[in-house]
Structure formats: structure tokens, C-alpha cells
Design a protein around this ligand. Sequence first.
Ligand code: FRU
Length: 445
Amino acid sequence: MNDPNGAIQWEGEYHLFYQHNPNGPLWGDIHWGHAVSKDLIHWTDWPMALAPTPGGPDEAGVFSGCAVNNNGQPMLIYTGTRGARHEIQTQCIATSDDGLLTWKKYDGNPVISEVPAESGQTRDFRDPFVWKEGDYWYMVLGSRINEVGGAVFLYRSTNLTTWEYLNPLLTGDIKESAVIWECPNFFKLGDKWVLIISAHFGTATGSVLYYVGDYANQRFTPTSQGVLDFDSLYAPLSFLDDSGQRVMYGWLRETRPAPEQSQAGWSGVQAIPRVLGLDSQNRLTMKPVEALKSIRGQAHHVGTTSLNGEQVLAVRGQALDIEARFAPAADGAAGLKVLCAEDESSYLNIQYDAATQRLIIRNVVPDFGQAVIAHVREIPHVLAAGELLELRVLVDGSVVEIIVNERTSVTSRVYPSRSDSNQVRLWGKQTELRSLDIWEMPSIW
Ligand code: FRU
């Protein structure tokens, strides 16, 4: 699987569609898979929702898109592709009359077929994200302006079939971010508006960026921006749930080579859904959904302690939910090693250096008998005076989701090859641990 698609809560149940290749674990022949959940934690596979139609506008692929409730009728809005290199991208719709189980494509597809002329190119035009405001439906599409940078184009409609192009919602700078902006999300959060884009090709390729600002008269004016995730989370898709929360899914890319993905027989996974918010400085905040706490198993607690050195904790596991709070001194450092092998030949080290106000995430793997650093990320994370360092870490096999002070996210992939890569080590210097709580997590299957 790759991108999450069509996120919606329908009659209480959460429906998640996703980019899927039914023929094997590498990208290609893109269909929409479908899964359903009552709690965002336990999922049931449903039949394939959309497949390419030979001779149709989606004959080469059913690319990403969203779902809406059109007056009681569920509708999927997605990009269909044609051509050997997906060079023709148009927007299509499909509806269901049996509770989201089967889907009928609209006879008049595509509903948008022309890239706006100011784009200066005709092939990158995809990933519709649609919402309703007053009498109109609005759509943003991911695209680019030739030689300028990634762009998001804004449309509106009264009936979801006839669309009027308005203007670019935002355009990036090719030198700073990317050539193409994919998978835009645009929504109101509190009294601000947030635009999320996934950057493709160029300096920021592979990162997910967000802009916070004001939206009036179909124009968006960002007042601040940030990075949504610093590692493998890509193409996130958010939706408003029945309780009014903005919930976000995100695809976690593989970092192991393609032959290993083929050998494993699967590739791509979705992050634990997160609830989005804004803090007082208009930074995007993220919390794993509350329901995750309901499946927490055996708990382990460490109270306030001065840290000077490293200790191996009694808890072991490759599926853990961790909450840690530290008070580092001005030149202190603190951290956790997870998925640590008994002989320390492999682990993921999550480190914070107070002096440089940086997070350093190191993935150490064995190589010809030696432990070497396979992957390192250094990320600025500034704590306000007196603010504790708060780590939330979700370990699940090859996934380590790290969210720091609810505002810095680093979602990493680690592939522990040994079953004893299950220790947790706590370490620090000139740092007081305020509390550490670790829950062993059960299988959801
Ligand atoms: C993002 C993306 C989308 C596209 C889809 C194809 O990962 O490239 O822009 O719709 O994947 O699978």
C-alpha cells in the first residue's frame, strides 16, 4: 500500500481506502483497497473499492483522492491516469448505493480534465481534496507551475460534477521546497486554516510540509510554516470525524531495498491515526488517537530519577507505547534506545541534546560483525524556558513513531532482524527523568 485515500466516518464507522497494488508488494497497477474500523485501532479488510477500467480515464491507475458525504450519498473523488507514464491525469468520481461496499463510476468521468493554463505543463495534476462551505463544494489539487515550483489549485462546484477553476491557493518556490506538490489537505483548525502538502522532487523531496494562515475570498495567506514529519511519513490524509476532531492518517514508506520488500511479501503501512491541533504559536500538534490507550497492556513505571549513564529496563518488546518526560540541564542530554539487541549490535537511539536543542535519531545496525549507523536524522527542537522534554514513542515491529512535545514528529522505519532486539534502554547525563511509562501493546488481530 501507499497513500491513504477516501478517509471518512460513515454511520459511526471509519472507512479508510488506500493506494494498493493487488499483484505484488511493489508499486504498480494502482487500485483502491478498503478497510473499516469502529475505533480507529481494530480494522477489517473490505473488498477492493476501485480498479482501473480498461479504456476509461483511469485505465492506467486509480490514484489518490478523498471521500465526501453528498447529502446522504457517499462519493469518492479521485485522480484517474492514462498513458504509459501516467502522463494524463484527470479527476473522476464514483458513488455507492450499498453503504460504501461497491462503487459505480460516474458516466460523465472525468469531471475535470484540463490542467489550468498558468501551470505551464499538462501532466502533474492530482489528488483531489474536497470540502463543503456554504452553498459550494471546494476542491484543492496537487500540481506544479513549470519552473516555479509546487502548486495547489483551487476549484469550486455546486453539484460535484461541474467544476469551476478559481486560482492557485498557494505556490511554492522550486529552490526551497519541491517541483511538485502532491496530496494537498486544506482545512480550518480553530480560527486558522492549514494547508498540508507532500513535496515531490527537489530539495525537500519526500517531506510533508504545512502552512498555517488566513483564508478569505478564496485566497490563502500563510503566516507560518513547518515540517509535519521528519522521516518516513508521507502523503497524509485528514478528515473531520463525527466529534469534530481533525484526524490524520499517513503512509509510512519502506526504507529497505525493493528486493527485501518483495521477499517480505508486503510493503507500506499506515501510521496510527493522529488528532491534529494548533498550539499557541500556531504550530501543528499531533496526538495518536485516544482509543490507542484502551488497548494498552502490562504497564511499567519509572518515577523521578537523576540520570547519569545508561540502564537496561525490565520491560522488553517490539510493540510498546512509551511516554517519557525529562528535565535536561542546559548542557544535558537524554534519550531512549528501543528495539535494542542484547549485545547492542542494533537499536534505534532517540537522543535530545539540550545545548544544541536538537533531536538526533540514530538507527544502528549490524554490518560484518560491527554496529554501524545506518541512518541518522538531526532535527531542531527548541524547548521553551522551563518546558519539559516530552516523548511519545510508538514501537511496532518495523515502525517507530516518535512525537516530541506533540509538535515534532519523526516516524522511522527499523528492521530488527533478531528476536532479542527488544530491549529498552534509558540513558541521560545532567538530566532528571520526571517519569517514564511503558505499556506492552497486544496484537490487534
Ligand atoms: C503520492 C502519490 C500521489 C498519487 C499516488 C499514486 O505518494 O504519488 O500523488 O496519486 O501516490 O499512487
